[in-house]
Ligand binder design. Sequence first.
Ligand SMILES: [Zn+2]
Length: 390
Amino acid sequence: MTTRMSSKWSLVCGLCGEPCSNADELFCPSCDGPAIIRYQQPPGGMSASNEAGVWRFRRWLPLDNGDRAITLGEGSTPLVRLERWPHSLGLEQVYAKLEYAGPTGSFKDRGAAVLISHAVARGARHVVEDSSGNAGAAIAAYAARAGLECTIFAPAGAPPAKLVQIRAYGGEVIPVEGSREDVAAAAVAAAAESPSSTYYAGHNSNPYFVEGTKTAAFELAEEFPGGLPDDVILPVGGGSLFCGLALGIAQWRAEGLRQASPRIHLVQARGCMPLVAAFEAGESQPLAVDRYPTVAGGIEIASPQRGALILRLLRESGGSAIAVGDDEILAAHRALARLDGIYMEPTSAAAFAGLSHLVDRGVISRNDRVAVLVTGSGLKNPPALPEVRT
Ligand SMILES: [Zn+2]
């Protein structure tokens, strides 16, 4: 498996900008910041290619000319104006971007498509990932599409329905006892055993995954009425979508295509809120917090590896960090389904609960143009929701 760097892009530290020494260096040796991708030259303006979805933006993605794009039709998700639910908050322009319409039911397909395409270009035959659900399903699906072997290390308590989906794609699931960090360490160690053929596809640290999620920002910039929205709200655990959005918007603006710069707000569950605690305390690194079980399992990450970068990008955007309780999450889950037909997983409903807080605080008001990213499908894990069976 080659570790060549491309002439089109390179890896640099997302915090201090120092170049990474090789294509597998995921964290900066100087400051421990996460690697991000920097392009040698601006692509030179946006022009939609003939390809579909994520790959319409291929010029802005880290794949060399001639390399094969592994695709299942990801991206180009619907942007739907909500008609009824926003009225309860006094808002008029709230749009939901339905990332759950992706091929495996979550936004993770954007990242998996680009990451797996990169792995194939490098000559990988086997990918290894750590995930409790949606990312594992996406990686397993795209690995199947590319003909790669796939192994997913999962927390021993991961939702069975999500593991069923991973196995359906032919992914091998290896349960790991211990913390989420222990699961990631097991995956990294497994990949290191066969460096000639195995690629570590960890979505919480791999920069190619973030390049895929970046395309959600490009789509918002193209499709949102009047250009980019004033505010974007999303649930955040490991922050792959948050970082992709912020970096994508910065790239879009650097090309001079739009000048508007939205505030990006992140929402976490009170049961696991290391980023919110750090934001409120004025800290630059995620804080260790007391944890308790939450219905928003998709964002239950106590030590986000990109935490310092997320906090910096959050503050630069002028956004806020909001913590919400499970009762609020379930109320939003129910209200969005009943009032606007949006059936999402509870993790995604946290974003709507967070929007309510932002209105209460006066951060968002009547005339603001708002986009909420609906990150995962309600069909993913319905047994977790006995409260809404009426
Ligand atoms: Zn650094």
